[in-house]
Design a protein around this ligand. Sequence first.
Ligand code: CP3
Length: 343
Amino acid sequence: MNSRERFLSALACQPLDRPPLWVMRQAGRYLPEYRALKAQSSFVHMVQTPALAAEVTLQPVRRFPGLDAAILFSDILVIPEALGQPYSFRDGGGIAMDRRISTRADIDALNPVSAVPEKLDYVAQTLRLLKTELAGSKMLLGFGGSPWTLATYMVEGGSSDDFERIKLLFYTDRATFDALLEKLTESLIAYFHMQIAAGADAIQIFDSWGGLIAGPDYEAASLKWIRRIIAALPADFPIILYAKGTAPHLTDQAFSGVRAISVDWTNDLAIVRRNLPANVALQGNLDPVLMQTTPEIVSREAARLLESMRGLNGHVFNLGHGITPQAKIENMQALVDTVTTWK
Ligand code: CP3
């Protein structure tokens, strides 16, 4: 059984000798070969140049052949960019968006949804290169942000500590909030159709800021739009939902049409497994901070998670959020070795 078959079996909740493995943000700054490329060209240039984006996507799977998936190298912020609101990086970390979206007129001034697949054609080209290169040996993952998580960047004008602007919009002007989320939802549907046509085997939706919403508003602010996206995609196409800090909503997520839920490290995965429907797979969920410890600690904690899931189906091994730039290569190696030799 090759990596792609293993991954698809896990998503279908079939019994397996060991779970497939990949790591959120597996291509990135903790890899010396990524930093070397980044020294010669900007992040946005790498994302927009199919040969470079494909190369960066493949860096982690070349270094760690035990990884079962490659994830498209790109960013969730290519959607606001395609709609006419580009992003850049703040000195000292974080994202800066070009201006802020705050009124109905700002939304109407964005590019039409029909511009999105055209402007993001470089993503389709990258996926086609990867499809050819991987030749079905590894799972090829596409991704995008959730409408809510993208709206936070667009309305806050970048990374935010308090998310006050987007929440004030939600509470005080629901019609404008809905118009923005509607536009993002339609854009993501078009974008995901394009990714599927270009060869993605599954798509992960990142609702990284879903946990910032007041509990009773999670449905109206985020999950409802995700459900709408899933309903517009081919019925049997696997969608993985990552929503950090949303443990109280796991059951609602499980009934949203997703094939898998990527759970953060605050959950006990085996308990979640026992509480959710058996046909929804789970992904996760080691604490990413472990990747800054030692190989012994990583091995021990990975084995503990594997042991807790013994006999339970539908597990894709991953971290509970993205690997950080401070992660150590030898810890990634220990993780790959522990999961791939598990018995
Ligand atoms: O997983 C992968 O390897 C695929 C690549 C990927 C990137 N961004 C590359 C990237 C993915 C899946 C993303 C998603 C993304 N981007 C999310 C959701 C995932 C999550 O972590 O919750 C979010 C919220 C973003 C927005 C974003 N882009 C942030 C917050 C940052 C970091 C800014 C900073 O100053 O640290 C980025 C930049 C980014 N995206 C980098 C990478 C490798 C780092 C860019 C660099 O090399 O400097």
